[in-house]
Design a protein around this ligand. Structure first.
Ligand code: MG
Length: 402
């Protein structure tokens, strides 16, 4: 089997409510869908992020076309070295890993379709049929960018979201995206979550927007709550290590201070992280992230999973990966419930009892809905790309005053 074409299509899907985080505003999410066509007429699907610079990422992915044409999709190690060898990645950046990840998903999809087996079988087999997910909640900004509502209003709304995800969808842990309001207010929101849902642990993630002293204060203020973990409260492994020494009662998780293979050894040597939040788009594909699970076993890290606003193709890839992992210490994060729609046939995946079923068809087990792909490509061009070109993002350090 040979690859004969690579097609990349940007798509944007609106959200049920616009969201705010420490650096800006999400009116909708944008992703790049990658199709690899084989000489046997099969189409393998991949997907990757378009954040923060969609145009640049599209160019990187399309530039890989010459590397993949004529190659066998089973030759993944060769493709990795052509597209994202470690030296190129150090020199030219993680966009290469992001591009390779989408291509790897598509190659695994082609492999699975060719041999009639699901991708989880190519990753060592299925350990579970359903993957639990967290109740990932953001403060909302219903009136749009720059119009953050009073905290009381945002606090009430985020508790409503928790209720929907816990009481209706069955999620069993809350992931709270913080770093928007002053920390003492966000501490109050955590307390409200624990009062209303006393059996559901809370993970708190302010996207590295706190000063070290702020993080120490918050960790101690919440010592009676027993957080599941504090996620990237401060920027960088050195600050994380200091925080861990000063607040040893709170587990620390990371997908920012520690987000690639290069960060694993320093994380272990500095004792800076307890939970590594894996993401196959950042660690170089499904196989690389499966290998990361072995490293986590070796170094004594818990493993959780980061979410980068996946649509159906990436979510299917994540589900196959999660199905094949020996252990899931913490329910993976997904933004998926905020999407108003998806671009896969049969409509969005469903949450049942706080989990999503792993697709069982050959390959990734999902197909594109061509009509929706075209519709949401136009939506991306009209709305999401314009916002990406004029981002409302604030620099990471502006909130160090907290
Ligand atoms: Mg995070």
């Amino acid at each position: 089997m040979k690859i004969v074409d690579l097609i990349a299509t940007s798509v944007g899907i609106p959200l049920a409510i616009p969201l705010v985080h420490a650096w800006g505003f999400h009116p909708g999410f944008g992703r790049l869908i990658v199709e690899l066509v084989s000489d046997e007429g099969l189409v393998g699907l991949g997907e990757c992020t378009l954040t923060p610079n969609g145009q640049q990422i599209e160019e990187v992915v399309r530039s890989c076309k010459s590397f993949v044409i004529g190659e066998d999709p089973f030759d993944l190690e060769k493709l990795r070295w052509k597209i994202a060898n470690p030296f190129y990645v150090r020199m030219f950046g993680p966009n290469l890993i992001n591009a390779f990840a989408a291509i790897e998903f598509a190659c695994l999809d082609l492999q699975g379709q060719a041999i009639g087996r699901p991708v989880y079988d190519l990753l060592g087999g299925k350990m579970r049929d359903r993957v639990p997910v967290s109740a990932y909640v953001f403060y909302a900004a219903p009136k749009g960018p720059g119009q953050i509502p009073p905290w009381e209003e945002a606090d009430a709304r985020i508790l409503e979201q928790c209720a929907e995800l816990i009481e209706v969808k069955g999620c069993r842990s809350i992931k709270f995206k913080a770093g928007v309001y002053p920390p003492e207010k966000e501490v109050e929101t955590v307390r409200h979550m624990r009062e209303r849902f006393p059996d559901v642990p809370v993970r708190l993630d302010p996207n590295s927007s706190w000063a070290l002293t702020t993080a120490v204060r918050v960790a101690h203020e919440l010592s009676d709550v027993g957080l599941e973990y504090l996620e990237d409260p401060v920027w960088g492994l050195s600050a994380m290590a200091k925080l861990k020494r000063m607040s040893p009662h709170v587990p620390l998780a990371s997908n920012m201070a520690c987000f690639s293979y290069d960060d694993i050894a320093p994380s272990a040597f500095l004792d800076a992280v307890d939970v590594i939040l894996a993401d196959p788009h950042w660690y170089g594909g499904l196989r690389a992230t499966k290998e990361l699970a072995r490293l986590c076993e070796t170094f004594g890290f818990d493993m959780g999973m980061h979410s980068g606003t996946e649509f159906g193709v990436s979510l299917a890839a994540v589900l196959h990966l999660a199905a094949s992992l020996p252990a899931i210490h913490h329910a993976p994060d997904v933004h998926y419930h905020y999407l108003e729609d998806d671009i896969i046939e049969g409509g969005p995946f469903r949450y049942v009892d706080g989990a999503i079923s792993v697709p069982n068809g050959p390959g990734l087990g999902v197909k594109l809905d061509r009509q929706k792909l075209a519709y949401y490509h136009e939506f991306y061009e009209k709305y999401i790309a314009a916002i990406a070109a004029a981002p409302s993002m604030e620099p990471i350090y502006t909130k160090a005053r907290w």
